[in-house]
Design a protein around this ligand. Structure first.
Ligand SMILES: [Zn+2]
Length: 236
């Protein structure tokens, strides 16, 4: 069985470590690059060359090119003629628009979920929340982002509306948090991580209104300190 993982050291070292053989190089490369771009480890304006990335990941150019084209669809890079791809600047307007729609979709859903959560086993969600807290403690942003998405999307599945889960998943894929890399070992990152357990406390006790308010604040972190700006400064 060939399983490929991207070996990483700390955030200070860089992202792109050798990748070992895997069943899907394309998605492995896409996930690694996306996490680095989302967290600000690869800064806006950086020029990415497919041959160079392929050499650094230790894979052929084809899956790297496919991965970068996926990132172009997500708005993370634009192609630069004869040079490769440039990491796009984060548009404040885009970030604000994404956060606003996510608040509309994700926060009210908490009331529906709070009506169901008290009747089901909570342990799987606790496990994900604990993974988020551990990733924050290790300043492991790819792990943080993956566990955070898994947590929120699995909770939203309780609404029993596939469109909602798909839409939020898509919006999450487009969300950039370039200030994240600056939050390594910070109390802000730990605070946001701890909110997942707090959210589960509220949901499992059927406290929907409070869960909705917490979710509004939680999503607000994206446009606040995660973007390197004061909380809610981008929100109307
Ligand atoms: Zn979260």
């Amino acid at each position: 069985v060939t399983y490929y993982s991207i070996e990483r050291k700390t955030m200070a070292d860089s992202v792109i470590q050798t990748i070992e053989p895997s069943t899907s190089f394309r998605s492995e490369v896409e996930d690694a690059l996306a996490a680095a771009i989302v967290a600000g480890e690869i800064q806006p304006g950086t020029l990415l060359s497919v041959p160079t990335l392929a050499a650094r990941f230790g894979v052929s150019a084809t899956p790297v090119r496919e991965a970068v084209l996926q990132l172009e669809k997500r708005g993370f890079v634009v192609s630069v003629r004869n040079k490769g791809f440039r990491v796009t600047q984060v548009s404040e307007q885009d970030l604000r628009d994404i956060v606003q729609v996510r608040r509309w979709l994700e926060a009210p859903a908490m009331r529906i979920i709070a009506a169901k959560m008290p009747k089901i086993p909570i342990q799987p969600y606790r496990t994900l929340a604990t993974a988020i807290v551990a990733a924050a403690a290790n300043s492991d942003f790819p792990a943080y982002l993956a566990a955070d998405s898994a947590f929120h999307l699995s909770i939203l599945e309780l609404v029993d509306n596939k469109k909602l889960v798909d839409l939020v998943g898509e919006l999450r894929k487009q969300t950039r948090m370039v200030g994240l890399v600056g939050l390594a070992n910070s109390s802000e990152l730990q605070k946001s991580a701890d909110e997942h357990h707090l959210l589960l406390d509220l949901l499992s006790e059927g406290r929907g209104d409070e869960a909705e308010q917490l979710m509004l604040a939680h999503i607000g972190h994206v446009s606040g300190w995660w973007a390197g700006q004061p909380e809610d400064s981008l929100l109307p």
